[in-house]
Design a binder for this molecule. Structure first.
Ligand code: AMP
Length: 380
């Protein structure tokens, strides 16, 4: 089974100068070890095996594995060195070889990970002259796409894509071995995060559609997420609808939790365009904290500036086709604009104080405005 689903609630970590994202949970590792134990037990029965761990990476796996192995067994280690940084190197050094006679014994190698199979080649060389009864290979993680050898792998815990991983015994330049779960190297090491700002009808959504393509960013519109939930009649949707129909803001706590979840869904993003968020001081602070957690930041707030009467006309026009109840009623529209000035516009100060506020004239053709926004983004 190949696990691609990153787990939630834990964050991106930094080892040396490199970022890694959550990949395999401690629970998933434990389940894989349980399966390995039962498979090996089923094959070996009452025979007393010698489990040979391959240091350094396998120490945690061996420890957890043998604790779960319910029958008598022996445990020993060999030490090989193959990794320099993130590349699997051809050159394997034998640092500690076998220290006991294994003649006639059934040996099960316990490897943390098998990728190219170079280390395995060296293991087979070590055992060539030992008259063992059987040599079996068990590995917790396996990268089938990287595997270049023909040696049989008898027991495989979790198959993973050919990407560098760290944690649960595996290191990145000596760091990360102590992590109880596994992390995968992040595609994107640096992010561009933009807040697209402006009153309702300023054209944030329209512009975000162009900018996300141009700059390869993930567009998160909290209004769209709410509408999606309303359409699907989720609990969140039902709650949000009562506020949205009046043109009022959905409570911060609900909105912030939802935004966090949307960001977490895109752990590999190059960056985000936040559209319709933040709308309050509390949301702005929550967004800063979230970016901080990802070891990133908001690079700019870009505001589309449009006069109120133009906004009202645009929204009424959009209401004819958008199907949005909050676009159809002039009173609701005016209330949304008022809410913007009363509650949201203060965020201009919040971002100005950090020297991140950029105002852009939001009246003109779509292309003209995209060009104005691009000028700001390119200058960041
Ligand atoms: P929008 O599509 O951005 O115009 O949002 C439509 C409606 O969704 C707003 O009038 C609010 O009721 C609600 N909403 C969207 N984003 C937020 C937010 N960040 N905080 C609170 N309510 C929001």
């Amino acid at each position: 089974m190949i696990i691609f689903v990153p787990f939630k609630a834990k964050k991106v970590i930094k080892l040396h100068d490199t970022y890694f994202k959550p990949f395999i949970t401690a629970q998933q590792i434990e389940a894989a070890i349980d399966t390995l134990v039962s498979q090996i037990l089923a094959d070996l029965g009452d025979e007393i095996p010698v489990f040979v761990g391959v240091l350094n990476g396998s120490f945690m796996f061996v420890s957890d594995f043998v604790k779960k192995y319910p029958k008598p067994c022996e445990v020993t280690f060999i030490k090989l060195a193959s990794y320099e940084g993130v590349k699997s190197s051809e050159d394997i050094q034998r640092l500690i070889g076998l220290t006991q006679d294994l003649t006639g014994r059934t040996v099960v190698i316990l490897e943390d990970i098998i990728d190219t199979g170079n280390t395995l080649g060296e293991i087979h060389r070590i055992f060539k002259n030992e008259a063992v009864k059987a040599l079996r290979i068990a590995t917790l993680f396996h990268k089938p796409e990287a595997y270049k050898k023909d040696f049989k792998l008898h027991y495989i815990g979790i198959k993973i894509p050919n990407r560098f991983i760290v944690g649960y015994g595996l290191d990145y330049n000596n760091l990360g071995r102590n992590l109880p779960e596994v992390y995968q190297i992040k595609d994107t090491q640096h992010m561009t995060n933009l807040v697209l700002f402006g009153p309702p009808g300023a054209g944030k959504g329209t512009q975000a559609d162009f900018l996300k393509e141009k700059y390869n960013l993930v567009h998160i519109s909290t209004g769209d997420v709410f509408r999606y939930n309303i359409k699907n009649e989720t609990a969140l949707g039902v709650l949000a609808k009562s506020y949205i129909d009046k043109g009022a803001l959905v409570p911060d706590e609900v909105t912030i939790d939802m935004l966090n979840a949307e960001v977490e869904k895109n752990a590999d993003a190059n960056g985000f365009i936040f559209d319709g968020f933040p709308r309050t001081n509390a949301q702005a602070k929550a967004l800063d904290a979230l970016m901080d957690e990802k070891d990133s930041q908001i690079n700019a707030m870009i505001a589309l500036e449009v006069e109120d009467e133009v906004l009202v006309q645009r929204l009424l026009e959009r209401g004819k086709t958008s199907g949005r109840a909050d676009d159809a009623d002039e009173t609701v529209i005016r209330n949304r604009i008022k809410v913007y000035y009363d509650e949201t516009a203060i965020l201009k100060d919040y971002f100005s104080a950090q020297d991140k506020y950029h105002g852009v004239d939001g009246v003109g053709s779509i292309e003209t405005i995209t060009a104005r926004l691009s000028t700001v983004i390119d200058s960041l």
